[in-house]
Design a protein. Structure first.
Length: 178
């Protein structure tokens, strides 16, 4: 795997438009900074980092609205990946928490939401009774500083190509051309 920063390669993960924080259904994804020196390791790393950086932009929006966020919980199959967890911790600058019931976390969350909805539970705090969480990754200060600089580039890359999205969306559909 390539080092943090994917040797200067940035991926914009807007492959199906973008929701939060841009709410732009015609946003497009792509690699920015791609050179002949980049290969599969850098492209794979850039994809993971691009998704994490985009999630960070959502986190930043939440941080301005709620009480301080001191840690992030990760769930799903990708949460099994130490590389993915490391990238998330460093991009967010927050420690990661990993539920012991990783595969069942989504189902359990839905069950708790249903229980709250029908009045079985008074509120969502009941989740702490069902879900045991352990600490996963702590952010690495050096990588975090590197991602802080990359985050600014990531935001600028989106802003810089955003005016092109409407023109790209107006092009004839290329999916059926063979």
């Amino acid at each position: 795997m390539a080092p943090p920063g994917a040797r200067g390669l940035i991926f914009l993960p807007h492959l199906i438009g973008e929701r939060s924080p841009y709410w732009n259904p015609i946003a497009r994804g792509g690699f920015v900074g791609l050179t002949m020196a980049h290969g599969r390791p850098e492209m794979a790393r850039a994809v993971l980092e691009g998704v994490a950086l985009n999630l960070r932009s959502v986190l930043v929006a939440f941080q301005g609205l709620t009480t301080p966020i001191r840690a992030m919980r990760v769930i799903g199959g990708a949460a099994r990946s130490a590389v993915w967890r490391r990238i998330l911790a460093d991009v967010y600058g927050l420690p990661l928490l990993l539920p012991r019931l990783l595969s069942e976390a989504t189902s359990l969350g839905a069950a708790i939401a249903g229980g709250v909805g029908v009045g079985l539970y008074s509120d969502y705090s009941v989740a702490s009774e069902f879900i045991q969480v352990g600490e996963a990754e702590q952010p690495d200060p050096a990588a975090q500083a590197q991602y802080d600089a990359i985050y600014d580039l990531f935001l600028d890359a989106y802003s810089g190509i955003e005016p092109l999205f409407a023109r790209l969306a107006a092009l004839p559909d290329q999916t059926s051309a063979n």
